[in-house]
Design a protein around this ligand. Structure first.
Ligand code: GDP
Length: 334
C-alpha cells in the first residue's frame, strides 16, 4: 500500500450520523413494540461501528514513515490526533455499553416503557457523540486531506527537483519519467506536484518537482512551509537543483545562488544543474558557474540536451551509492 491513509473509510460527520439514525428510526418495525425498539437502538450501534472502524483503520502514528508523520504535522497537531483517536474510541465504547444496557432494559420492560427507553438511549448516545463532535469532525477533515497525498511513496529512492519558479522543474520531471507523471496535491499548497517514475530494471526511482516548497528563501516561509520542507527531507534520495541560465530567466545569478545554498543545507546530496542551455545567457551562465564548486551539469530539459548524462549519473548514485544502502523501510500502517 502506498499511502497509509488511502484506504481509510471516511465516516459521516457527527450531525450527519445522528441524522441518518433519526431518519431511519421511524421506518424500523418489528414483530412487537419491544423488538422494534431494540432493533432501533441496534441500528444506532451499527452506525457507530463506522467510527470504531475509522479509529481502527487509522495507522499507528508511531510506526508511520517520518515523511507521513511530518505531513500530519503540516496540517495538524500530532498530540491532538492521538487524543482525538482515543476520545472517539472511548466515546464509541461508552455508547456501545449504554446501548447494551438499554437493550436489556427494554427486553425486561413493560411494552409501554419500551419506546420511552429507546428515546432515552438515543438521547444519551447522541449527547456522548455531540460532546466529542469537535474531535470527530476535525479528524475526519484531517484524514480526508491526508488521503490526497497518495502519489508520493517515501519508500522509493527519490529524485527531488528544486529551484526557483519557472526554471523548468516540471518539464524535467516529464522528460525523464517513463510514463506521464501523476499530479499530486500537497497538504499546504494549492500548487500541484508532479510525480514521475524511472524504472532502471534494478530499481524503481521516483521523480518529483517541488513547486511552493523548495523555491524561495527560507526567510519568506511560514511555519507550515518549514514543516513541508521537513517532510521532503525525509524522502530517501537526492536533490537536483535547477538554475535558469537563459535569456528569459526572471532571477538573477545571486538570487538563484542564494537559494541553492539554502537548499544545500536541507539535504546532503544536492546536484547543481544549469537548465535552458539552449538559450544560454553568457553573463548569467558565467556568474552562476563561477560560484559553484561542485560538479555542474548542463542541460536543456525542453530540447533533450544533456539529459542522458545527468540521468546516468543520478541513477548510479541512487543505485550504488550510500543513499540507497542507508534506506530505512518503515511500515506504512500499524
Ligand atoms: P517550473 O515552474 O520550474 O516547473 O518550470 P516549467 O517546467 O513549467 O517551465 C517553465 C518554462 O520554461 C516553460 O515555458 C518551459 O517550456 C520552459 N523551459 C523548460 N525547460 C526549458 C529549456 O531547457 N529550454 C528553454 N528554452 N525553455 C525551457
Amino acid at each position: 500500500m502506498l499511502n497509509p491513509f488511502e484506504n481509510i473509510k471516511i465516516p459521516p460527520k457527527t450531525e450527519d450520523l445522528i441524522k441518518i439514525v433519526l431518519d431511519r428510526i421511524p421506518k424500523i418495525g418489528g414483530k412487537n413494540v419491544k423488538e422494534r425498539e431494540i432493533k432501533r437502538i441496534l441500528f444506532y450501534k451499527e452506525q457507530l461501528q463506522k467510527y470504531r472502524d475509522f479509529v481502527l483503520q487509522f495507522p499507528r502514528i508511531d510506526q508511520l514513515h517520518p515523511f507521513y508523520r511530518e505531513n500530519i504535522e503540516i496540517i495538524a497537531d500530532i498530540d491532538k490526533v492521538k487524543m482525538c483517536l482515543g476520545a472517539i474510541n472511548r466515546g464509541v465504547q461508552l455508547s456501545f455499553n449504554i446501548i447494551e444496557r438499554y437493550r436489556r432494559l427494554i427486553k425486561s420492560s413493560d411494552e409501554k416503557e419500551a419506546n420511552r427507553l429507546m428515546r432515552q438511549c438515543f438521547g444519551r448516545v447522541s449527547s456522548i457523540l455531540r460532546s466529542r463532535k469537535d474531535c470527530i469532525d476535525w479528524l475526519i477533515d484531517i484524514t480526508s486531506q491526508l488521503k490526497k497525498l497518495k502519489a508520493i511513496d517515501p519508500n522509493l529512492p527519490t529524485i527531488i527537483i528544486a529551484g526557483p519558479p519557472n526554471v523548468g522543474k516540471s518539464t524535467l520531471v516529464s522528460k525523464i519519467s517513463s510514463a506521464k507523471p501523476e499530479v499530486a496535491s500537497y497538504p499546504f499548497t494549492t500548487k500541484e506536484i508532479h510525480v514521475g517514475h524511472i524504472d532502471t530494471g534494478i530499481v524503481k526511482i521516483q521523480v518529483i518537482d517541488t513547486p511552493g516548497i523548495l523555491d524561495r528563501p527560507m526567510s519568506e516561509r511560514n511555519s507550515i512551509e518549514l514543516k513541508a520542507i521537513n517532510a521532503i527531507k525525509n524522502l530517501n534520495g537526492i536533490i537536483l537543483f535547477l538554475f535558469d541560465v537563459s535569456n528569459s530567466s526572471i532571477y538573477s545569478a545571486k538570487e538563484q545562488l542564494d537559494l541553492y545554498k539554502e537548499v544545500k543545507s536541507i539535504k546532503s546530496v544536492v546536484i547543481p544543474v544549469l537548465n535552458k542551455i539552449d538559450d544560454k545567457n553568457e553573463e548569467l551562465y558565467k556568474q552562476i558557474k563561477e560560484n559553484i564548486l561542485e560538479k555542474v551539469f548542463e542541460i536543456s530539459a525542453e530540447k533533450n540536451i544533456g539529459l542522458d548524462t545527468l540521468l546516468n549519473y543520478v541513477i548510479n548514485l541512487l543505485q550504488n551509492g550510500q543513499i540507497l544502502d542507508k534506506r530505512d523501510i518503515y511500515l506504512n500502517s500499524g
